[in-house]
Write a protein that binds this ligand. Structure first.
Ligand SMILES: [Zn+2]
Length: 332
């Protein structure tokens, strides 16, 4: 492939519950009578957006609590899901996979998990229809809340499996390793879901290997620390295990101390399928375009490498061959 002229933008790793508009945050807080640190947009932004680096993945994740703290009804879930699709369209993304944790969204007001999943699907489908779009949904198990909560969460996700393309595992990677969730992921694979897992972010390369070998992941969220094991790198390349890289997020979670040291160029060197994504724009205040700019300006990626990332995002998507064909046509 020569230098691509097209600017296809596909985000495969974006948390819809990590991407609540600030204006919606204020609106819902007022409607549901919930106190936020500020009722002024500008000063609320200074609380919600991450400045510089947090001390760890867990302190990064705490910032996400603002977004879900204001969710008090199923309609609120629907609204957030709906707005995520509309915002992806407005941002110029030709395709996106939005992920969400039903348990995390339900938690602060004890909403029914099945209802949350239904409301999120409803919001995404309504926006897809209105915008003639094809956003897909990934269900997340929030490992932080333990094995039993994840079982309940899985039940709600599998109850709507025809509207969900994959299962993910997110949250406290160090405290809740992959082996605790093998039976959950066996069930999800038996139900026909694709698997992507957050790994190699707070833990080392063995966590990435376990996500692949124990949980059946064909894509890994972040996988930053995988580069420390060349055998794993070769294994991932050979088996075409995709890496969903989120540059700014990896800096903000303190997974890389300095963006210049991010292993993305190593992933490309090994010819591992890797693409760029935003993760949680609601707290990182980023866009997919700003992620590509970081890859170019901070990591010094060449145009050819940027094109490869764009092309990879099509091939890595949890889409049918027919749907991928349509995206390839835009990118050629
Ligand atoms: Zn993530």
């Amino acid at each position: 492939m020569g230098v691509c002229s097209s600017q296809i933008l596909i985000d495969l790793h974006r948390h819809l519950d990590g991407n609540v508009r600030l204006t919606t945050l204020l609106d819902l807080a007022e409607k549901n009578n919930i106190k936020l640190p500020s009722s002024d947009l500008e000063s609320l932004a200074s609380h919600v957006y991450i400045k510089g680096q947090t001390s760890s993945l867990l302190s990064f994740l705490e910032k996400l609590d603002y977004g879900v703290s204001v969710i008090a009804t199923l309609d609120d879930c629907k609204r957030i899901a709906y707005e995520n699709v509309i915002d992806a369209v407005l941002e110029g993304l030709q395709h996106t996979e939005l992920r969400f944790s039903p348990y995390y969204m339900a938690k602060s007001h004890n909403l029914p998990l099945y209802g949350v999943v239904e409301a999120v699907i409803d919001g995404v489908e309504t926006a897809n229809r209105e915008a003639n779009y094809n956003a897909k949904l990934i269900g997340i198990l929030s490992r932080t809340f333990g094995v039993d909560a994840c079982n309940a969460e899985l039940g709600a996700i599998l109850g709507h499996k025809e509207n969900i393309v994959a299962l993910d595992l997110a949250g406290d990677e160090l405290g809740f390793p992959a082996d605790l969730f093998q039976s959950h992921f066996n069930r999800a694979r038996d139900a026909g879901l694709n698997i992507t897992v957050h790994a190699g972010e707070a833990d080392g390369p063995e966590s990435v290997y376990n996500a692949i070998s124990l949980l059946g992941a064909t894509r890994i969220g972040h996988a930053v620390n995988a580069y420390k094991d060349p055998m794993l790198m070769e294994f991932m390349a050979k088996n075409k295990i995709g890496i969903e890289t989120c540059l700014l997020s990896n800096y903000q979670t303190h997974t890389v101390l300095n963006l210049k040291e991010h292993p993305l160029p190593i992933f490309l060197e090994y010819d591992i399928p890797v693409c760029l994504n935003t993760d949680d724009p609601g707290i990182s205040n980023n866009t997919l375009v700003s992620e590509y700019s970081l890859a170019k300006e901070i990591l010094g990626l060449k145009d050819e490498e940027i094109c490869r990332l764009q092309a990879n995002s099509i091939e890595m998507a949890f889409l049918s061959e027919e749907e991928k064909k349509r995206l390839r046509a835009i990118n050629s």
